[in-house]
Design a protein around this ligand. Sequence first.
Ligand code: WT7
Length: 632
Amino acid sequence: MSYTIKSFDEYQQAYQESVQNPENFWANIAEQFTWQQKWDKVLDWNFEEPSVKWFINGKLNITENCLDRHLKTRGNKLALIWEPNDPKERYVRYTYRELHEKVCMLANVLRNNGVKKGDRVCIYMPMIPELAFSVLACARVGAVHSVIFAGFSATSMADRINDAQATVVLTSDGLNRGAKQIPVKRVVDEAIASCPSVQKVIVVERTGWAVNMVEGRDVWLHEELKKVDKDCTAEIMDAEDPLFILYTSGSTGKPKGVVHTCGGYMVYSDYTFRNVFQYQESDVYWCTADIGWITGHTYLLYGPLLSGATTLMFEGIPTFPDAGRFWQVIDKHGVNIFYTAPTAIRSLMAAGLDHVLSYSLDSLKVLGSVGEPINEEAWHWYHIHVGKERCPVVDTWWQTETGGIMISALANVSPLKPSHAGYPLPGIQPILVDQNGAEITENEVEGYLCVKFPWPGMIRTTYGDHERCRLSYFATYKGLYFTGDGAKRDKNGMYRIIGRVDDVINVSGHRFGTAEIENAINQNKHVVESAVVGYPHDIKGQGIYAFVICTHDEPTNEQYLKDEIIESVVAEIGKIAKPDKIQIVSGLPKTRSGKIMRRILRKVAEGETANLGDTSTLLDPNVVDEIIAGAL
Ligand code: WT7
């Protein structure tokens, strides 16, 4: 068996082998890496606790595999290309040797500032090279990184820092994203005012804006770098030591800290990267995701660097200075493989063809999509106008919890079908179940998407609360990992992901729990109660629709109330979770037992009020008429 699959026959063979003898299959792949000590046993697992361990007693450091391992053969090869927000600013490129040095130096700064193996380090930074260095530097010294997307509010950051009990925060003075300016350090200051665990803040100078530096707590990275060596021995980690925590929303409560471990995540991110994108040695690869999300972790940083690839990192947004920016960057750097989200494609589609047609895009070979279902119209537009019908579009389905791609075509290897993710990767055993958890074996049916066997990149626990991990993913259907998604299998066994079946909304590829947004809205003093649902949105995939009951005292001006509600959401979560529509109502449709009938609210939000189904169990059916009459 070869490591990279080259034909559909080979895929089928690899798949068979991975199911018949999973341990052997993954051990062969894991052999390719640098281990300080080989594992004693490949896998130990049960989905009841759950307890999943891969490459038991194996010792390694993932950065030795991302960097040191390549120095002999790829030392002068480009590892990282950084494209700034402003196209007039010069881009920066780092070879593997240079990246190695940057990471080692930053790792030494962390050690000098008291960071030890196992400590949690929070990273809240714009998409600048130091963000990549910081992540890898944490991994180098064995600290558990917790990257927080720099669009989250101070409150969100504080919750995450407190949950992880992070001791150090890495950040920047400010950031420019598109035409917007964000005072990053000020947000950090506000957050850590309520984070007693934080002892040090290391600040990167990016914008040169004046910031407040707290004596004894805050240090400038450029000052600290003057004090350190260019070499840094990598901490030896157990395969099952945590590598990072990444917070993601679920259907209940606060976001949970998904924990990934060193060995399995390494093997899985590399294997999936090579195979899905069919990366070749001289390719330039670009994933547009922010490192603050799992896609940025696995397919901007770890996967590509493990594979010795040249990976591009972009500070800006698709529409700045205009809607041709992506295409301009592709031509400028000769990008061969391009991986982005349906929401970006749809927004660029809406901006008109001229922007795309002004660029050659000749370098492109493979296109990828991730984060939400890609509708057929967007798929075809991407395929025809970006890929000029010569590039396969791989629609990659996976989750923060899965660590890497689970169901996807392999570029130029597997058949493609618009809006279908396709077949599972080798090693992945998805099944569809009905509401009782019984497996549905026939095709052309819909069911709840589960996975019945472990894979190396899977979630190990939710930080600080293992029971939550069990309840969220392993308790719904006995013996199975439940994804929270509904899916359909076509007559050939190809999967089509329909979307979340729980109370999670996917807005522009970002996950929010309805309860999480409701909690934020309810923080506002004018609000009595609220209910949030998703509805189809042309660009974002899903939009956020909030039904809100307000107090009767004080101002009744609707616009004022709506602005206030938005303020609360921005303060609690961040701008990315702003409701698209807010309807002020006098009551919510509740059953006699007090449960909100979300089904009805979803129909109203979708504009499908003709058939609301059975409403006889409602406490007060009149509420529904009022809601329909006021629908936005
Ligand atoms: C949820 C996971 C890991 C990728 C970034 C999002 C949805 C993801 C697809 C796809 C249809 C998709 C699912 C999944 N999703 N990729 N190709 N087709 N739906 O990660 O924030 O953990 O969200 O995104 O609903 O459960 P995430």
